[in-house]
Write a protein that binds this ligand. Structure first.
Ligand code: G1P
Length: 312
C-alpha cells in the first residue's frame, strides 16, 4: 500500500527584517543589513532558502523603512535579464533567476519599529489560524546543519510551540533571550519553563540562548496583543513566549538544542567569519580561498612569533 503523504502542519515562514542594523553602520546607513552579501548572495536569500528547504514555500518578510531593495531582490529584473540573455550568459542568468523563483515571497511593512513581538504580531492576517515558523534575518544557520526540519518535527509530535536554543558562553548571555529549562526524554529537546530577554549575567537562568528560529502556534497572537512593553521599551517576542512557557502547561513551549554552525551576520566579526567559512567550501571559489587562508594563517603566525621575540 502506498503510504499516506505526511501532511505538513507548518507551511508559512515569517522573516522579520525591519531592524535598523546599527551594529553595522555605516554599511547599513542606506542598505538593509539583510542585504549584506555573504560570499555572493545577500544574507536574506540564505534565510529564505532555509525556509524553502524545510518545506515552507510561503514567506512573509516584515520590512521597515529603507527596505526597498529587499523586495527588489526577490523580483525579476527585465533589463538585466535581457542583457544576459543577449550575451548568452546562462550561468549568470540562472543566478539572477534563483532569488525570484525561490518561493512565494510577500512583504509587509512593520509600520512602527516597536520590537520583534510587534513585528511578528503584524503577520497575523497573513498567517491566519495556523502554526508558522519565524526566522530572524540576521541569524544564519549553515545549510549543512538543518535545524528547522527538526523543530517542525518536534512541533508536530508534541503539538507545541518550539524555540531554537544554543549554548553560549556565560558572558554572551546578555545578548540573547535566555531560557530556564527542564529535561525531556529526547536528548536534544528541553521543556522551557521560563524566558528572560537579554538578562544581566547574574539574572540569567542558564547559558541556553534563544537563536533566531521559532515554530509558533497561532495562540501567540492573542498573547502579543496583551503584551506590555519590555526590554528597551519594545514588545518582545521572548516575553510573549514566557507567558506561554510559565503559564502552567496549557500551551507548553519546547526548545530544540542546536549544536551546528550559526552566524550572526548583524555582527561585523561574525559576518567576516561567515564569509570565510562558507567561502572556503564554495564550489567555485573554495579551492583558491582555502589555499589563501592557509598561507595567510602562516603569515599571521610568523608575524606573531616575530612580535613576541621582539618583546623578549
Ligand atoms: C532577538 C531576540 C532575542 C534572540 C536574538 C537571537 O534579539 O529578541 O531573544 O536571542 O534575536 O539572535 P536581537 O538580536 O534582534 O536584539
Amino acid at each position: 500500500m502506498v503510504p499516506e503523504p505526511v501532511k505538513r502542519t507548518v507551511a508559512k515562514a515569517v522573516i522579520p527584517a525591519a531592524g535598523l542594523g546599527t551594529r553595522f553602520l555605516p554599511a547599513t546607513k542606506a542598505m538593509p543589513k539583510e542585504m549584506l552579501p555573504i560570499v555572493d548572495k545577500p544574507a536574506i536569500q540564505y534565510v529564505v532558502e532555509e525556509a524553502v528547504a524545510a518545506g515552507l514555500h510561503d514567506v512573509l518578510i516584515i520590512t521597515g523603512r529603507n527596505k526597498g531593495n529587499l523586495s527588489n531582490h526577490f523580483d525579476g529584473v527585465p533589463e538585466l535579464e535581457l542583457t544576459l540573455e543577449r550575451k548568452g550568459d546562462e550561468e549568470r542568468l540562472e543566478r539572477v533567476h534563483e532569488a525570484s523563483e525561490l518561493a512565494e515571497v510577500h512583504f509587509l511593512r512593520q509600520g512602527q519599529p516597536l520590537g520583534l513581538g510587534h513585528a511578528v504580531g503584524r503577520a497575523r492576517m497573513h498567517v491566519g489560524d495556523e502554526s508558522f515558523a519565524v526566522l530572524l534575518g540576521d541569524d544564519l544557520i549553515d545549510v549543512r546543519d538543518p535545524l528547522l526540519d527538526r523543530m517542525i518535527e518536534v512541533h508536530d509530535s508534541r503539538q507545541a510551540t518550539v524555540v531554537a536554543l544554543m549554548e553560549v558562553p556565560p558572558e554572551a548571555v546578555h545578548l540573547y533571550g535566555c531560557a530556564a529549562t527542564a529535561a525531556t526524554d529526547e536528548a536534544d529537546v528541553v521543556r522551557i519553563t521560563g524566558l528572560v530577554e537579554k538578562p544581566a549575567p547574574e539574572e540569567a537562568p542558564s547559558n541556553l540562548a534563544v537563536i533566531g528560529r521559532y515554530v509558533l502556534r497561532p495562540e501567540i497572537f492573542g498573547v502579543i496583543d496583551r503584551l506590555e512593553p519590555g526590554r528597551g521599551g519594545e514588545y518582545q517576542l521572548t516575553d510573549a513566549l514566557n507567558v506561554l512557557a510559565s503559564g502552567g502547561g496549557e500551551a507548553p513551549v519546547f526548545g530544540v538544542i542546536f549544536r551546528g554552525r550559526r552566524y550572526d551576520t548583524g555582527d561585523r566579526a561574525d559576518w567576516i567569519k561567515a564569509n570565510l567559512l562558507l567561502g572556503v567550501d564554495h564550489e567555485e571559489l573554495g579551492p583558491e580561498l582555502r589555499s589563501w587562508v592557509i598561507d595567510f594563517a602562516d603569515r599571521l603566525r610568523a608575524d606573531d612569533a616575530a612580535r613576541r621575540a621582539g618583546r623578549d
